[in-house]
Design a protein around this ligand. Structure first.
Ligand code: SF4
Length: 414
């Protein structure tokens, strides 16, 4: 039986840099788009023989701003992937877009070519807030973009929103959420603004104009409550969907599914190996064209690390974790982890239902800290259960690295 596989294609071009963004993308490199498209196609073509045994059931064009790349290039890259003969007829095919680069004729072409999901960066409903974030579109542009996507035939539309913005009040966030709901998308992602080192926003890291942690927490819990009232069920820390509209592609990241990334800075996880391509468009194109390879980092994930990833990723979802699944991966119990989860249950941060542990919204809010504690408990348990002849030292779990890797993979800030 064929195994399911996701494909991620990174398009590292943006019209301008948003002031908070630390994702890999470039500006002013339009002249390199044709070369980049050729490099992506060649990379896919050369990789295709290794796809035997797999069926590609999700494809995700992310960025950057894929809608800046133009429909012709996106379609040509997707066609190359289709030529591999492994893309399922009912694959979920997502294109990320920003409102300023959404064009009806282009979207009609994308839809006809098989793209069937749009993820739109809306972020805020106030034009002032959008300007302060360095976004180059208005909320009206976002509203038009949703209409254009819908009239082009897209029936699965997601919008991204951000909270914890400078000077944002609870009322502002409530208005932004209602404006997002008013667009009637199928899926809404809500991310808290995170001030990243190296971004222009970093100088505001200690600013009193930024909502503090408590205020951000209130905004998050408010979003969980309001969105559920409007039919958007939370299925992951930051993601909410109407029934059946959960992102199939992103769910692979959270459930240990396999995926291959093409493009600069794209991540892959296949077999038990996780690897990342150069976060540099020139090194990526040179690597493909010269045959010298594009992999910047690579690591084998197995045994204990695989079990740690299971805990770390699954606890981000409302499905949570089960002892049985954990045992299936690691062939070892999770006594210490269960003790911790029970203590979280007493504090209202976790619940146990039908054989599975999951975080409550209050637990999701603290998930970085709680998952860190869980990974430490798991490491302690491993130490305790080592037999005398198992002399290999057990190092402390490197949560920083795990979180860094995961955040890059999912492109999520929370
Ligand atoms: S947030 Fe999106 S559009 Fe803005 S610079 Fe980053 S990748 Fe580009």
């Amino acid at each position: 039986m064929e195994k399911s596989l996701g494909i991620y294609i990174h398009i590292p071009f943006c019209r301008s840099r948003c002031l908070y963004c630390d994702f890999y993308s470039t500006t002013g490199r339009e002249n390199d788009m044709t070369r980049y498209e050729a490099a992506l196609r060649r990379h896919i073509r050369e990789y295709a023989p290794q796809l035997d045994g797999y069926v590609i059931d999700t494809v995700y064009f992310g960025g950057g701003t894929p809608s800046c790349f133009g429909a012709s290039r996106l379609i040509s890259v997707f066609d190359e992937l289709k030529r591999s003969g492994h893309v399922s007829i009912d694959a979920e095919v997502t294109v990320e877009a920003n409102p300023e680069s959404v064009d009806k004729a282009e979207f009609i072409r994308l839809h006809r070519a098989g793209f069937n999901r749009v993820s739109l960066g809306v972020q805020a409903s106030s034009d002032k807030a959008l300007r302060e974030l360095g976004r180059v579109h208005s909320f009206n542009d976002a509203s038009n973009a949703v209409e254009i996507a819908r009239s082009a035939g897209f029936l699965n539309i997601s919008v991204d929103m951000m909270y914890g913005l400078p000077n944002q009040s609870n009322e502002d966030w409530s208005n932004a959420l209602m404006a997002a709901v008013g667009l009637k998308p199928d899926h809404i992602s809500c991310y808290g603004l995170k001030i990243e080192e190296g971004t222009p926003f970093y100088i505001f890291r200690d600013s009193p104009f930024l909502p503090d942690d408590d205020k951000q927490a209130d905004m998050y819990l408010y979003a969980v409550d309001v969105l559920s009232r409007f039919g958007y069920k939370q299925y992951e820390v930051s993601n909410f969907a109407r029934r059946g509209r959960e992102s199939r592609h992103n769910s692979k990241y959270w459930t240990g599914g396999e995926y291959i990334g093409f493009g600069a800075s794209a991540h892959s996880y296949i077999g038990s190996v996780r690897y990342a391509a150069f976060s540099d468009i020139d090194r990526y194109m040179d690597g493909v064209e010269g045959g010298g390879g594009v992999v910047e980092t690579s690591e084998e994930i197995e045994g204990f690390e695989l079990a740690a990833e299971y805990l770390m990723l699954r606890l981000r979802t409302v499905d949570g974790v089960s002892e049985e699944e954990y045992y299936g991966i690691y062939k070892c119990g999770m006594k210490r982890v269960l003790e911790l989860l029970e203590s979280y249950e007493e504090r209202g941060w976790a619940v146990y239902r039908e054989g599975r542990w999951r975080f409550t919204p209050e637990g999701f809010l603290l998930s970085n800290t709680l998952i860190g504690e869980i990974l430490d408990a798991q490491t302690r348990e491993r130490r305790e259960t080592l037999r005398p002849w198992q002399t290999a030292p057990v190092e402390d779990s490197d949560q920083t690295e795990l979180f860094t890797t995961e955040r890059r993979i999912t492109g999520i800030v929370y």
